[in-house]
Design a protein around this ligand. Structure first.
Ligand code: SF4
Length: 63
């Protein structure tokens, strides 16, 4: 599983960072950065973050 983030859709809500702080970070530019594209043990939290992103900016791709 690999995380994909569309930075053009991100509005910087911080929801993903709240749910999986070791995977997502909202930078000073107000846009999400994916710290760990392959979440490993954080997969459950990442799926929750993807589901709760208010703009649909996050997605998961299979390898
Ligand atoms: S939850 Fe979505 S809109 Fe909010 S910071 Fe994360 S990627 Fe951006």
């Amino acid at each position: 599983m690999r995380i994909e983030a569309d930075r053009d859709l991100c509005v910087g809500s911080g929801t993903c960072e709240f749910l999986a702080a070791d995977v997502f970070q909202v930078g000073e530019d107000g846009v999400v950065r994916v710290l760990r594209p392959q979440p490993g043990q954080a997969a459950a939290a990442v799926r929750d973050a993807v589901a709760q992103c208010p703009t649909g900016a996050l997605g998961l791709a299979d390898w």
